[in-house]
Design a protein around this ligand. Sequence first.
Ligand code: 5U1
Length: 689
Amino acid sequence: MQNDLFGASEPVGQAESTEVLAKRLRAELNQHGYNYYTLDAPTIPDAEYDKLFKQLQTLEEQYPELKTSDSPTLRVGGAPLPEFSQVQHSVPMLSLNNGFEDEDVFAFDRRAREGLGLTIADTTTEIEYAIDLKFDGLAINLRYVNGVFAQAATRGDGYTGEDVTENIRTIRSIPLRLHTDKPPAILDVRGEVLMFKSDFDRLNQRQRDAGGKEFANPRNAAAGSLRQLDSKITAQRSLRFFAYGIGSLEGAALPASHRELLEWYREMGIPVCEEKANVRGPQELLDFYRQVQDKRSQLSYEIDGVVYKVNRFDLQERLGFVSRAPRFAIAHKFPAEEALTTVLDIEVQVGRTGAITPVARLAPVFVGGVTVTNATLHNEEEIQRKDVRVGDTVIVRRAGDVIPEVVASVLEKRPAQTEIFRLPQACPICGSQIVKPEDEAIARCSGGAIKCAAQRKGALFHFASRKALNIEGLGEQLIEQLVDKNVVVTAADFYKLGLMALAELDRMAEKSAQNVLDALEVSKSTTLPRFIYALGIRHVGESTAKDLALHFADVEALMAANEEQLLRVNDVGPVVAKSIVSYFADALNVELVRQLIASGVNWPKIEKVDLSTAVFAGKTLVLTGTLPSLSREQASALIEKHGGKVSGSVSKKTHFVVAGEDAGSKLLKARELGITVLSEEELLALCAG
Ligand code: 5U1
């Protein structure tokens, strides 16, 4: 067979046999796929990949005998199956014991020490543990025969699972042939199939657009995608895989430890997670657990804890199993982020800009480490889409510090005679009409801050909040009373408050009233960005307020600006420009600014910066470690003065990382991503021009 598939423009040297060509295309495509999906470092443009793929497909159609089981063309899915067949696991896929409290971790370590004959008192010989993340997905066994992917099975009951080979083949990051010259005769790789959060959001958007059913969470989406008899559907869902264990191994030596096993996997192209640690002793286990807990929300995928394993396999073997779970490993779980409860009522809340938020009042439920009684339903569209009703059993989610939300109703548990929830037509606070522009998801009370006490309270609370004028002691409850008693109408009234008026309020004594007055006095010395932010103009957040302050350097100039002038400000688009103009078109708002200034609110003069030519214009910088002379605040102010933005975390969007002494993971990440790292000296030099 001779190759006639390459175009004349593509030099092929000596004529290549179709067999060799197919082999080369497979190898090239597999390598490019690995670079793209596993290393996240594509080496050819997508169009070029597609071209090679098409070539191989055409070749295989012409010569079906050339098709091999490691061909990337099989990743698009095959004919639907009538049912999944059963697979016996040659080594059972057992589950892990769980721990929740610190004490469970100390007890795990104690048992391991006892099992290995180490005395409890001897803290000089702490056990080495390997820690990995506990992925919230589905456990899978991948079987490689002589280095070629041959079969995949779900965990099932641990002894028998379902054959999901064709579905797993569609997962691009799973190698169809191991990257090694000396593959084991049999290798069972154990790990988890999961869906990244971004892929989950995209999938649900697609489901919404198609009028299909949404998935409640990435785990359900991964399970639903994998348990498809039609692997072509699985192929359209972005699934990932991380390896964490081993079943059968024949024809190769087992590495000496868990960490070395995962390193071996990595070398063979099998995806393993980079978030990991090897530590000694239980205290270090707990330290890592807390580190992971802190960064959990920033991970691209969901986890529900971490897994601790005695690192050395010989020690694992000595420890063995107790009633179907290993004694050498434990899952240390985070508090559950989702729980079931019932909706007692649905009310609407009115925000400072009049936004109407439906809120579900819930039967108390412990979730994410706290008892939750309210959860947001976001807006009318969301509530209609999810069709949440009073009486429903719902899944409530509280992730980290995020406001609890209702994820979905459990329809099977819906009682008879529930009613579809409809937003009221009038504001429950001021009775003004609720309006919803066609192109917006959010309905609003049309009363404004003057008519609607809820908006007034929200605006005043925003004005006093930490990132605005930071008036200590002027919290929600106090503002509520001040508004209800008609003592305060606008923020300017705060500065007219006297000791008596404050001391008369509930839960206020003369001392605390004086503290509030002192805090009000302190708050008068502020900055222009804080002042602009404090006004609570719709769409003007902290960052836009900074840009506006740097651009106009003066509040009078900002108040006088028209849309065209505002559009020249960094990051200000038509919506923001319109909102600012409409805010200052209201004489009451202009009067508020004048009154605040007359009460003594002031800020240091700002040097006007031309953001279009400033050295860090449009750039994002991250500070890490201790700088030799500048404090964090000083360095941030300097960067902002030169047009840059300061962010807390390093990502592909970061332009520079400014590193000082003891810089930690942010510096490592910057190096990994190839981001330019600046010293304080270099930062100062760049700013000096
Ligand atoms: N990360 C990780 N998850 N996980 C689950 N490691 C791990 N190990 C497991 C399980 C069931 O079992 C081992 C005993 C292989």
